[in-house]
Design a protein around this ligand. Structure first.
Ligand code: PMP
Length: 428
């Protein structure tokens, strides 16, 4: 298994196990290792991020809340394509809307009608938002949001929180981005999450230069328990806006539609000036959106922001249908109750097998960490045993629930997890 940094066999408790991939998957890894660079490139979708061999490397099909790997093994999936799977993979109505649109056009010379349809629906849905635009990925719209804020305030700085991920724009990357000119990153100030004092001090020092605070609704990072915003921290953000004129850009790319149906800020009690959406919006079709308040319309106009496939039409129809089905079927209630059932079942199963678990994060975007698990060895062992039995519980990243996870699916996953907990050592 060339190219892996950490293998499932490194985890204590099953050093003799081989990787989860079957012969077709193994052969694909051999080919992949020859032509893909590996490492950080593609990391969020690479099974290497879980320790190679822990999760299946290659997926061939997906339906509802299950994915099937290239060797034909099917898994209950709690990664949800890292967010997009909101209603269920290949939701029939979403697929039909996209297919019908594709039969007429995919991408053509000028604006498609669906562009107005989707932006209209988004602007009407999110209070205080008066204009919008769509793109393909979350990274682009968060980065554009920062540009719009700077343009409007005529100030250079953005405040982000220390580890917060906002996509692959190097300026907003949480770690020093390799190969990026320092001139591109020095206008982003990083403040520790929930550190109201540090935020207030930063505002005191740089307040007249800060265009925007870029905020994820929770601090949710790989390997770590998720941390909610304290009320003092939220109050300080609001004070910095009032006293220093900083705009608030909510990055709701990951948590959108899973914390609150009308925007995660509703769960925080804040009203942003700009909202970035992505992931679940298209239920698997590539679409993201930036929404803004009226006062920022002129600033938005000042930016050149365009690219060839931004105007691809089936994702717009997919998003329109996703939102309609989400509301009609109360998908938010479904994915919330699925998250609650999973949490309760896994915590019971962990306790019954002597594991101390730290469960955190929004109920439909949970993070499970074993306590006292330096290096995450038990986390990987658990994930590998669960995968062996047919469930994908990513050992590093947060999980996602979808509206397609039924009670029966969750109960099946709990049974699998109970066995995986039993097989995982209680001490590292
Ligand atoms: N913001 C957040 C909070 C995200 O989680 C992500 C993706 N994981 C992004 C932005 C970037 O979105 P995309 O990967 O679609 O470019």
């Amino acid at each position: 298994m060339a190219g892996s940094r950490l293998t499932a066999g490194d985890a204590k408790g099953w050093a003799t196990m081989v990787g989860i991939d079957g012969p077709v998957g193994e052969a694909l890894w051999t080919r992949a290792d020859r032509v893909l660079p590996g490492g950080g490139v593609y990391l969020s979708r690479s099974a290497d991020s879980a320790g190679r061999g822990t999760l299946p490397g290659f997926i061939r099909a997906a339906e509802g809340c299950r994915v099937t790997d290239v060797d034909g093994r099917t898994y209950l999936d709690f990664l949800c394509a890292n967010g997009p799977n909101l209603l269920g993979y290949r939701h029939p109505e979403v697929e039909e809307a996209a297919r019908r649109q594709a039969a007429e056009m995919t991408s053509a010379s000028l604006f498609p009608e669906a562009l107005v349809d989707i932006v209209e629906v988004l602007v009407d849905r999110f209070d205080g938002m008066d204009w919008g635009l769509v793109s393909k990925n979350g990274s682009e719209v968060v980065a554009l949001g920062v540009r719009v804020a700077r343009q409007h305030r005529q100030r250079p700085l953005a405040v982000c929180f220390t580890k917060a991920y906002h996509g692959n724009d190097p300026e907003l990357a949480p770690a020093p981005a390799e190969g990026v000119a320092t001139a591109r990153t020095r206008d982003v100030l990083r403040v520790p999450w929930n550190d109201a004092r540090a935020l207030a001090d930063t505002a005191e020092e740089h307040g007249d230069q800060i265009a925007a605070i870029v905020l994820n609704p929770v601090d949710q990072n790989p390997f770590e328990p998720t941390v909610s915003a304290s009320s003092e921290f939220l109050a300080t953000i609001e004070r910095v806006r009032q006293h220093h004129g900083a705009l608030l850009l909510l990055d709701d790319v990951r948590h959108g539609f899973r914390m609150h149906p009308l925007g995660s800020h509703r769960a925080l009690g804040l009203q942003p000036d700009l909202i970035a959406l992505g992931k679940g919006l298209g239920n698997g079709y590539s679409i993201s959106a930036l929404l803004g308040s009226e006062k920022l319309r002129t600033a938005a106009q000042a930016n050149l922001f365009t690219s060839t496939y931004m105007f691809e039409t089936p994702p717009m129809r997919a998003a329109l249908t996703t939102l309609a089905v989400y509301d009609r079927d109360d998908a938010f209630a479904a994915l919330t109750s699925a998250g609650e059932r999973l949490r309760d079942g896994l915590l019971d199963a962990a306790a019954a097998t002597g594991h101390a678990i730290d469960w955190s994060g929004p109920v439909a975007v949970p993070m499970m960490r074993f306590e006292n698990d330096p290096g995450g060895a038990r986390q990987i062992t658990f994930a590998r045993h669960a995968a062996e039995r047919g469930a994908i519980f990513h050992p590093v990243l947060n999980w996602f629930l979808s509206a397609a996870h039924t009670d029966a699916d969750i109960d099946e996953a709990i049974d699998i997890a109970a066995e995986a907990f039993r097989l995982t050592p209680t001490e590292s």
